[in-house]
Design a protein around this ligand. Sequence first.
Ligand SMILES: Nc1nc2c(ncn2[C@@H]2O[C@H](COP(=O)(O)OP(=O)(O)OP(=O)(O)O)[C@@H](O)[C@H]2O)c(=O)[nH]1
Ligand SMILES: [Mg+2]
Length: 351
Amino acid sequence: MFRFLRKKRVEEAVPEPRPEVNVAPEPEPEPAEPPRAEAPAPEKGGLFNRLRTGLARSRGALGDSLGTLLLGKKEIDESLMEALETQLLLADVGLEATEAVLERLTARVKRRALNDEDALMGELAEVLAELLGEQHRPFEIQPASPFVVLVVGVNGVGKTTTIGKLAQRFKAAGHRPLLAAGDTFRAAAVEQLKLWGTRAGVPVIAQGEGADSASVLFDAVSAARARGADLVLADTAGRLHNKGHLMEELAKVVRVLKRFDEAAPHAVLLVLDAGTGQNALAQARTFAEVAPLTGLVLTKLDGTAKGGVAFALAKQAGLPIQFVGVGEGAEDLRPFEPRSFVAALLGAEAP
Ligand SMILES: Nc1nc2c(ncn2[C@@H]2O[C@H](COP(=O)(O)OP(=O)(O)OP(=O)(O)O)[C@@H](O)[C@H]2O)c(=O)[nH]1
Ligand SMILES: [Mg+2]
């Protein structure tokens, strides 16, 4: 069950009136009970709070307005349905996912008697989490020599940053990553990756500007084998999904990797900027035509109110969201977890 914080916040804001009694000065008040939201283990609480902070704008667009809509409601009538629909569409949830949410919510509410004002919000949260859960598959590194992850996407979505964050995460988890500077269009791209490599203490394989991207990846896989690295995280140049020759180059990279290992690339992550909203779906479709995508990374959730696009992607892209980016720091990339995401988005307690 999702537990919402809204009621508690109101109670905190309006203290109980004290009885008037004429006696000696009051004793020091007992230290206040810590709020329930802080009860989980410190790491879990800390990470959840970071996600919650990152999703503040989307929560403003979706969670708060849904909360206001549903306040005091125990049943769904037509006007509430319409208002809900508008709100979900405004928050970039997309038409298909919005319809699915409303249908399922109606079905759930019919089956249950709702007896307090948070119950309807709780049912909505369950429906949203269920929708995200249907596509959900966590990112996993399988034994391979090495496990090759290709990171692709349009310009500026956060590919290089995501690789840097992943390098730190997987190194800390005991892997031996190696980074491949497959973006050979700009010298600055290699420098940016090297900076992340230095920060994470992870080697970076690069060639000169203008080198063939497939050749850099070939080098990187050879180097990983020679050095016993179990994981290659390969950066690629940003490419507009409607530029044919760049997309063809990506297809070539995939073909070259297969010469090493038929199963490579073992994972292909498409990075999407949450701020692009519904356009993210078009990007997912086009990239899927040239590379065997295995998962999505949704970045810059902290800078946008369009976090609702996660539901559109879950419903329509046919791919799991595996990580979300909620800031520029290394710790701002989180494995995607449907229930935490929904709780943070709607202002509920950590699940
Ligand atoms: N706020 C925020 N900024 C992010 C996030 N992810 C990446 N960025 C920023 O977005 C900008 C672009 O990130 P890059 O990693 O260079 O993007 P890219 O896809 O590699 O870009 P190209 O190589 O030019 O295609 C940088 O300033 C990053 O710090 C995120 O989750 N939140
Ligand atoms: Mg880059």
